[in-house]
Design a protein around this ligand. Structure first.
Ligand code: PMP
Length: 377
């Protein structure tokens, strides 16, 4: 069996101290012991989300919390704006439409971010917009959006600002309360260093007030019920007990380092990744690169899918390729959660080997030298 290492933008590696906690004997969830764990986890999540408001835990992948945001905060035919510059902006569109909302789509060229002016104009031209759905890190293009600027605009309107931070949380800066973001959605399998299976959703007071007005159907993802249970450190249904136990360990680690320190660390790793790629003649795809994942354009003669396949098959290293219009044109390397500086060095060493084997021309070791300069210099 080959050593397997994930440098994909989710799932991402789970450290051994979390894996060990996942294997502990299962406990019953309606007990003081589990409620104490939930209480700690709720406090820890608030610190990572930079909010004083509740952060609910759902047993689903990230998309479940996205769906919950739509089905709990809005009503049939409500007018909403979606920011669509990639696969996950597109997902907001699809969910909103499937719940019969009236969607105004702000389409972006892949790899670009939305300007404050465009959002302000859209809100001015479309009176009565109830919500703006956007993304922190658009994983398909490795682009970070200026959520702070978007919040400045939505704060002046009645619209709720809902941010998909499934891949970005923990790496890309997000100051939920001080920027005025109403809802932040995330998932367990990226910055939180857990297996997939949990999603999270924070709710501002304005968002909590919107729940009572919603007329859309929901049962499992009923956030009103979840909020009532949350107050008692409980959950409406059986929680994913072992994942919550693992989350406690992961949050303790994240918060012992401090979210600010982690943002700075991943910012540096992202910069080092971009510089390393440029040092071997490769271009960075995004005009607004994220600290969670980097998209790198591959030489025209080489298909990125081929690189991804060889790395996984021959070396046990998983990185991601491009999706849709970027299929075979980019590779995506994650720097999130448990992925370290040393992992980046191994990744570029193998990437150089594979690129050379596929006929790319550059001087061997150039990316590694640049990577180390940025990381250690
Ligand atoms: N949004 C973003 C930005 C993501 O990266 C992902 C997962 N790749 C999702 C949403 C969907 O999350 P999940 O696959 O956990 O449902």
């Amino acid at each position: 069996m080959k050593r397997r290492f994930l440098m994909t933008p989710g799932p991402s590696p789970v450290p051994s101290f979390v894996r060990e906690s996942l294997g502990r004997e299962i406990m019953h969830h309606r007990t003081e012991e589990f409620q104490n764990i939930l209480s700690d986890v709720h406090k820890g999540l608030k610190r990572v989300f930079c909010t004083d408001n509740p952060v609910l835990i759902l047993a689903s992948s990230g998309t479940g919390a996205m769906e919950a945001a739509v089905s709990n905060l809005f009503s049939r035919n409500d007018k909403v704006i979606t920011v669509n510059g990639g696969k996950f902006g597109e997902r907001w569109n699809q969910i909103a439409k499937s719940f019969s909302l009236e969607v105004i789509e702000l389409k972006l060229d892949w790899g670009t971010s939305l300007s404050k002016e465009v959002l302000a104009k859209a809100l001015k031209e479309n009176k009565g917009v109830k919500g703006v759905f956007t993304t922190l890190c658009e994983t398909s293009t490795a682009t970070v959006y200026d959520v702070k600027a978007m919040a400045e605009v939505t704060r002046e309107n009645d619209a709720l600002l809902i941010v998909d931070a499934v891949s970005g949380l923990g790496q890309d800066r997000l100051l939920t309360d001080s920027w005025g973001v109403d809802v932040v959605v995330s998932g367990s399998q990226k910055g939180f260093m857990l297996p997939p299976g949990l999603s999270f959703i924070s709710l501002s007071k304005k968002a909590q007030a919107a729940i009572s007005k919603s007329d859309l159907s929901k049962y499992y993802f009923n956030l009103n019920k979840a909020l009532k249970s949350y107050e008692k450190n409980d959950t409406p249904f059986t929680p994913a007990v072992s994942l919550v136990v693992g989350l406690k360990e992961a949050l303790e680690m994240i918060n012992s380092q401090g979210i600010e320190a982690r943002w700075k660390r991943f910012e540096k790793m992202a910069l080092a990744t971009r510089e390393a790629a440029k040092a071997i003649g490769l271009e960075i795809f995004s005009k607004s690169p994220s600290s969670s994942v980097t998209a790198i354009c591959v030489p025209e003669a080489i298909k990125s899918g081929q690189i991804v396949k060889i790395l996984r098959k021959d070396y046990g290293l998983s990185i991601a390729g491009g999706q849709d219009q970027m299929k075979d044109k980019i590779i995506r390397i994650a720097h999130m959660g448990w992925i370290s500086e040393q992992d980046l060095i191994s990744c570029f060493s193998l990437l150089e080997k594979v690129l050379k084997d596929l006929g790319a021309e550059f001087s061997l070791g150039a990316s590694l030298a640049r990577l180390e300069e940025v990381l250690y210099g």
